[in-house]
Write a protein of this length. Structure first.
Length: 309
């Protein structure tokens, strides 16, 4: 049993209006979702759509630092601060991540976890103190004492970059292969077999939402759809729970330049999805649900005759 958490930044459930919601473009299936006011929905691909609250009981627009901290720990960072915080986590949020990040909790349970995104050489040249002031996923990885993947790992098919095609790396002059969206999806599937828990972050959706460029947003979402489809075709869903979720809405409503207060698009596929779908209602619920299913299957796998039981 393993879990793959695919974090898509800024992907909510928007209005049923293709003029402002690029998720409703022709050709999308996995991402063709909009807000319908209902709860969990079974989908034609054998998975579930779980509308997930991202406002966290706090006024104002949800933001990345608090939303991601909540998502990756199960602790409501917005309520703790009394506000939503954009950008990178502050010291209060970093202290939560140091103790409770999902990667740390996975490691503390004796399981194999990783953040699959590759980092450029510049990251490894900066001081560790500075690294702790970067993105939520970076702090979550540091909290677990895990190694970071490098650009070289992309060529070895051990890691993928945040844009998964490597176009941005190639534009910077890096000697890396150009992946198709489908090829990158297969790399993620192959890599997932080496871990009990794997996290991947994609934030081009959030950038597309802020741009309010319909053509660009549709292009981003079409590529993401192909990536996800190829991954789901290759991964063994009899042994893997796939969770795709977000930290706040944005790209689903291009009538506004800001984030939205929409519920986010959580999708579930594979082993254990039936049980997990009834547990997730808010960003606070994602990490506890994943950890519980990993723990239950880990104990089940050890069996009654395991001396460590």
């Amino acid at each position: 049993m393993r879990v793959v958490l695919i974090f898509i930044d800024g992907l909510g459930l928007g209005p049923d209006d293709a003029r402002v919601n690029p998720c409703l473009q022709e050709g999308l299936k996995l991402l063709a979702c909009c807000e319908n006011g209902n709860g969990v929905v079974s989908t034609d691909d054998g998975g579930f759509l779980v509308p997930t609250e991202a406002t966290l009981g706090v006024e104002g627009l949800p933001q990345s630092a608090t939303g991601q901290t909540t998502l990756f720990t199960g602790i409501n960072g917005s309520k703790l601060l009394g506000r939503h915080l954009q950008g990178y986590p502050n010291e209060t949020l970093r202290s939560i991540l140091r103790e409770h990040s999902i990667l740390k909790q996975v490691k503390d349970r004796g399981l194999r976890g990783a953040f699959i995104n590759a980092y450029r050489p510049l990251f490894f040249q900066i001081k560790e103190k500075t690294r702790w002031r970067l993105s939520t996923t970076t702090v979550a990885t540091l909290s677990a004492g895990l190694s970071f993947f490098r650009v070289d790992d992309i060529g070895n098919r051990r890691s993928i970059y945040h844009d998964f095609t490597n176009e941005s790396l190639i534009a910077r002059g890096f000697d890396v292969p150009r992946f198709s969206a489908e090829g990158a999806g297969r790399v993620l599937s192959d890599a997932s077999r080496n871990f009990d828990f794997l996290l991947y972050e994609y934030f081009m959706t959030d950038r597309a939402g802020h741009s309010q460029n319909m053509e660009g947003a549709r292009w981003v979402l079409a590529g993401l759809e192909r990536f996800l489809s190829a991954f789901l075709e290759e991964v063994d869903l009899t042994e893997t729970l796939v969770v795709m979720t977000s930290d706040h809405g944005n790209v689903e409503d291009l009538s506004v330049k800001t984030h939205t207060r929409n519920r986010v698009m959580t999708r579930l596929w594979g082993r254990g999805a039936e049980g997990v779908k009834d547990r997730i209602r808010s960003l606070e619920d994602v990490t506890p649900a994943i950890l519980d299913i990993l723990a239950s299957n880990h104990l089940e796998g050890r069996g009654e005759n395991d001396p460590a039981s």
